[in-house]
Design a protein around this ligand. Structure first.
Ligand SMILES: NC(=O)C1=CN([C@@H]2O[C@H](COP(=O)(O)OP(=O)(O)OC[C@H]3O[C@@H](n4cnc5c(N)ncnc54)[C@H](O)[C@@H]3O)[C@@H](O)[C@H]2O)C=CC1
Ligand SMILES: O=C(O)[C@H]1O[C@H](OP(=O)(O)OP(=O)(O)OC[C@H]2O[C@@H](n3ccc(=O)[nH]c3=O)[C@H](O)[C@@H]2O)[C@H](O)[C@@H](O)[C@@H]1O
Length: 436
């Protein structure tokens, strides 16, 4: 088993460190946020990832996992895995400044024949650039992109669909592949550029799939078709598959927006017009306007009605169910737009606790408070527990029984016996108002 360091204790770094410790490796996890390191050392995990607190505590008590703010304990180490942020720069490129500054310090620390593993999502050419920054002929850089989803981080890390190892040097690639041997996942050995591109290609494809179904949903509304039925037919074709065919308020999160943007910049730089990806990004920005128009119609009866002073209750603030992550949340983009139109917003999200306010939204600790005197309730995140709410009680406290379900979460059964008039997405059924 290896001794390795993981730098960055966020969604990817903390999950990788804890899971690699579970798989028998000795892991030192470095983060430059002292308060994060303090609570991790106390066995506390600041993110909602099922199974992660247990793995962190197990690693701490077995001695296989430790946390520090300092790079000093890495002196002489054989392998360092970088799980650092690569956010969107102002011009849309991936901002590699954090990664580059850490790489600049690693050259003097790594042991002989060391390996640097790039787990962060990085543009093509980064492995090569990293080797230059390390300035060590004996050290190899290996691309090992991560595909975990938030909310399923541990499950996805321990049972991945595939492991990608992009290495120019066979032996260094073998050492990285060996970390995952016990997962039994297929390992794809590639050159570093292919590994780097494969990560962006996967996220961009997922984004395009969701944009495709969102535009299809609009078409269904115009034509009187049902998007759920159309998607069910498509999804049973093995070549298409059923995942990522649920329409909603648009794709968000910490990665799909930045990664589509970075891939577009990469393509531009390479002289390739990636028009379909650009259209998917545009459709995603437009989706929020589509939803706001739907809400406006449901509340005022007209696509040009005024929302000034309307009390709107939002169910769901995160970018998807199962996470507390608010980064690039379509729900918040929609909230901002509604607030600009003069609406007064209250919101509830099971993943968001300990906050009074998120952007323009006053956070309530209970869905009933969101419904109280509301002119409309809008479901923005697909938390399954919203299906089981007492909708009759919510109708009783609301000012008006208006419901906009942007995730098509609620069916007739959940709303049976309530006066709610539901507006869904991509539904052309008679009786469902569909704004034109
Ligand atoms: N969040 C996700 O679901 C996935 C993210 N990725 C990629 O993994 C990379 C990391 O993403 P996340 O884990 O989500 O980021 P994050 O923002 O959750 O965590 C990054 C961590 O790095 C720490 N950090 C920042 N600068 C540092 C420095 N100079 N030294 C030490 N620690 C430092 C931060 O304090 C933070 O704890 C990104 O490239 C992202 O695109 C890949 C797959 C999934
Ligand atoms: O690189 C990353 O960070 C990760 O990005 C995504 O994972 P994640 O950001 O956790 O979110 P997803 O589950 O992919 O959802 C992305 C967005 O698409 C939306 N979505 C997804 C599926 C769908 O059918 N409809 C839909 O609107 C979600 O609500 C969410 O806003 C990818 O799924 C991961 O494989 C990848 O590792």
């Amino acid at each position: 088993m290896a001794e390795l360091a993981v730098i960055g204790a966020g969604y990817v770094g903390l999950t990788s460190a804890a899971c690699l410790a579970r798989l028998g490796n000795s892991v030192v996890c470095v983060d430059n946020d002292p308060s994060k390191v303090d609570y991790l050392l106390a066995g506390e995990v600041g993110i909602a990832e099922p199974g992660l607190p247990e793995l962190v505590r197990e690693g701490l008590s077995s001695g296989k996992l430790t946390f520090t703010t300092s790079l000093d304990p890495l002196r002489g180490i054989g392998m360092v895995m970088l799980c650092l942020p690569t956010p969107m720069a102002a011009d849309g490129h991936a901002d590699l400044s954090v990664l580059e500054s850490v790489l600049g310090s690693l050259g003097d620390l790594l042991g002989r024949d060391g390996v640097v593993v790039l787990k962060s999502t990085v543009p093509v050419g980064t492995a090569e650039r990293a080797a230059e920054l390390l300035c060590r002929a004996d050290v190899q850089v290996v691309g090992n992109p991560e595909f975990l989803r938030e909310g399923f981080a541990v499950e996805d890390f321990l049972h991945p669909d595939r492991i990608v190892v992009g290495a120019a040097d066979q032996e260094a690639g073998d050492r990285v592949a060996a970390l995952y041997a016990s997962t039994g996942a297929p390992v794809l050995r590639t050159d570093p550029a292919s590994a780097e591109l494969a990560k962006y290609a996967s996220n961009a494809f997922l984004a395009m799939k969701v944009s495709y179904v969102n535009v299809l949903a609009e078409l269904c509304e115009r034509l009187g078709a049902e998007v759920a039925e159309v998607a069910a037919v498509m999804g049973l074709d093995d070549r298409i598959g059923p995942a990522f065919l649920s329409p909603g308020p648009g794709w968000g999160g910490s990665c799909l927006p930045k990664d589509t943007s970075a891939l577009l910049r990469t393509a531009e730089h390479a002289g390739i017009d990636f028009a379909m990806l650009r259209d998917a990004v545009r459709a995603n920005a437009r989706q929020q306007a589509v939803i706001v128009r739907k809400i406006r119609c449901a509340v005022t009866g007209s696509a040009s009605g005024s929302l000034a002073g309307a009390r709107i209750g939002l169910l769901g603030l995160t970018f998807k169910a199962g996470t507390g992550d608010l980064r690039h949340s379509p729900a918040l983009a929609i909230a901002d737009e509604l607030a600009r139109a003069g609406a007064v917003l209250t919101g509830y999200d099971p993943g968001v606790t300990g906050r009074d306010k998120v952007g323009p939204v006053t956070v309530a600790g209970d869905p009933t408070l969101v419904a109280k005197e509301a002119d409309a309730i809008v479901v923005l995140t697909e938390w399954p527990e919203f299906r089981d709410l007492d909708w009759a009680q919510l109708a009783a406290v609301a000012a008006r029984p208006v419901l906009v379900d942007t995730r098509n979460l609620l069916d007739a059964r959940a709303l049976a016996g309530t006066p709610f008039l539901r507006t869904g997405v991509g539904t052309g059924k008679p009786g469902e108002p569909h704004p034109r």
